[in-house]
Design a protein around this ligand. Structure first.
Ligand code: HEM
Length: 499
């Protein structure tokens, strides 16, 4: 690994280098001359038939991971041409042709904003209707060359900065409510799933911190707000989401065959808009006065940040965090994590802060490792801004302007040239000096964990807030409980700490 890092470390991609990270992320834009130039292997197949056959492999016969793995094996390359969903018949004008980039080095090109652009490619060539976002293209769909992207990215980062003073306290008080509900459910003969309770917690906590609006002022929204978001998210994402073998072939004839209409989410979305307009006046005014946004732009971007980026991201991420907590193999390390938490902050939740959590190396490493193996946003796309040479570990490929690159993080983050024993969950992987170095190659946020989100790149605005929030969540859990048992996706027991 050390040799590889030496080969990869170099000038950082322009999109990231505008605000230099603490250590150098992988160099993308300057492939070493020593690598052989190779024609990109793979093909898009016959018109219509090629895309359909790839789509069925992806969604049905293989699933995303095997889909990409099999093609790496077949082409003996981590860079190749393929089709990705959605495809024919009713995705008119959507081009499924991509160049897959599936190792750390080739994937890094996605961060270099001088050679790639990100106009409307958040989820690939397909873009859900702007009806879902108030007839606007929101921040995540904008390229860095667009002035509006600069305004909106700065707005998003400003919201996070302002909310930092109430973030931890709000989270802890809402967690008190969440755990009380989960405990009361556990006392019943047939406890239900914890997922709706977790989502309600996320919705309330994130609404307060991001929009400045407390849903508990409206019983209707407090109860159903997260469900409105779930529906709105599902309708946008189902056409490109792997649903498992469950429901096949029905899914191929329905949700994977045509864009889903906004009107099914309209009622709930309009209620959320009203809520933001009424309760989030301060945030809207900041958007207008300090970032030159119209009220409409502020409202729909706030809702997208709240519902898609934050609520959507955490809903997926926390499920993998719970799975990692429930894994028998992690029992030993969870004891160590508990000891670290108790040693640093005891069991008093008022001692939790962004500062105190930064001292918990093992807690943070557990979070990073969860993100490495289960990146919540597994696919990332970018379009070539110009012709350029793209390097993988072993070859260089010619990319033409306009070609769409597609990276599947779940495989990229298991690149054996960078991560030792890449398939196994090593909770302590990101500790000590070697672990800190590896953060250069942790890409869940569409950039290295050592990078700095800014208006000149497309890295997640909340790169640090996300990992710190998950770490706080874990620390709070071990302040509260001596142990938690999670089995088949359900919390089955908790042992409260003796006070
Ligand atoms: C677990 C939670 C989260 C995950 C997994 C996540 C992940 C990501 C990813 C992968 C991207 C880049 C998408 C792309 O262009 O390909 C992104 C962008 C973004 N995220 Fe996050 N995110 C999370 C939470 C948040 C939160 C709490 C905020 C609140 C401010 C946020 C704000 C943004 C914004 C504004 C962008 C667009 C960046 C740009 O256009 O330059 N995210 N996020």
């Amino acid at each position: 690994m050390a040799a590889l890092m030496a080969r990869m470390t170099g000038p950082s991609p322009p999109g990231i280098s505008s605000s230099p990270p603490s250590t150098s992320p992988p160099a993308a834009s300057q492939p070493p001359n020593s690598l052989p130039v190779r024609t990109i292997p793979g093909s898009y197949g016959w018109p219509l038939l090629g895309p359909i056959s790839d789509r069925l492999d992806y969604f049905w016969f293989q699933g995303p991971e095997t889909f990409f793995r099999k093609r790496i094996e077949k082409h003996k390359s981590t860079v190749f041409r393929t089709n990705v969903p959605p495809t024919f018949p009713w995705f008119v004008g959507v081009n499924p042709n991509v160049v897959a980039v599936l190792d750390v080095k080739s994937f890094s090109h996605l961060f270099d904003m001088e050679i790639v652009e990100k106009t409307d490619v958040l989820v690939g060539d397909f873009m859900p209707s702007t009806k879902f976002t108030g007839d606007l293209r929101v921040c995540a769909y904008l390229d860095t060359s667009e002035t509006k992207h600069t305004q909106l990215k700065k707005f998003a980062m400003d919201i996070l900065k302002r909310s930092s003073s109430k973030w931890v306290q709000t989270m802890v008080s809402k967690l008190d409510i969440m755990w009380a509900k989960i405990e009361s459910e556990l006392s019943k003969p047939n406890p239900g799933t914890y997922i709706p309770t977790l989502q309600q917690f996320l919705f309330e906590f994130l609404s307060i911190c991001i929009v400045g609006a407390d849903p508990s002022t409206s019983p209707e929204l407090s109860k159903n707000g997260f469900f409105y978001l779930d529906t709105w998210l599902a309708l946008q994402l189902l056409p490109i989401t792997y649903t498992g073998s469950f429901g096949q072939p029905l899914a191929e004839l329905t949700v994977h065959s045509f864009p889903l209409p906004f009107w099914l989410a309209q009622g709930g979305y309009n209620k959320l808009v009203e809520f933001v307009e009424k309760e989030g006046k301060e945030a809207i005014q900041i958007g207008q006065n300090e970032f030159g946004l119209t009220p409409n732009e502020a409202v729909h971007n706030l809702l997208f940040i709240l519902g898609f980026n934050a609520y959507g991201g955490f809903s997926v991420f926390f499920l993998s965090l719970f799975n990692a907590l429930g894994d028998e193999k992690n029992k030993g390390v969870l004891e160590k994590i508990k000891n670290e938490v108790r040693e640093k902050v005891g069991t008093d939740s008022s001692k939790l802060s962004f500062e105190s959590i930064k001292e918990m190396e093992l807690v943070q490493s557990f979070v990073y490792e969860t993100l490495r193996l289960n990146p919540p946003v597994p696919l990332q796309y970018a379009r070539a801004r110009k012709d350029f040479k793209l390097a993988s570990h072993d070859s260089v490929f010619e990319i033409k302007k306009g070609e769409l690159l597609c990276g599947y993080q779940a495989l990229v983050m298991r690149d054996s040239e960078v991560f030792d024993d890449p398939e196994s969950f090593e909770a302590e992987r990101f500790t000590k000096e070697k672990g800190k170095e590896l953060l250069n190659y942790l890409f869940w946020s569409n950039g290295p964990q050592t990078g700095t989100p800014s208006h000149s790149n497309k890295q997640c605005a909340a790169k640090d807030v996300v990992t710190l929030t998950a770490s706080l969540f874990l620390a709070n859990l071990f302040q509260r409980y001596d142990s938690i048992t999670i089995s088949s996706g359900s919390i089955t027991a908790v042992e409260r700490v003796a006070k």
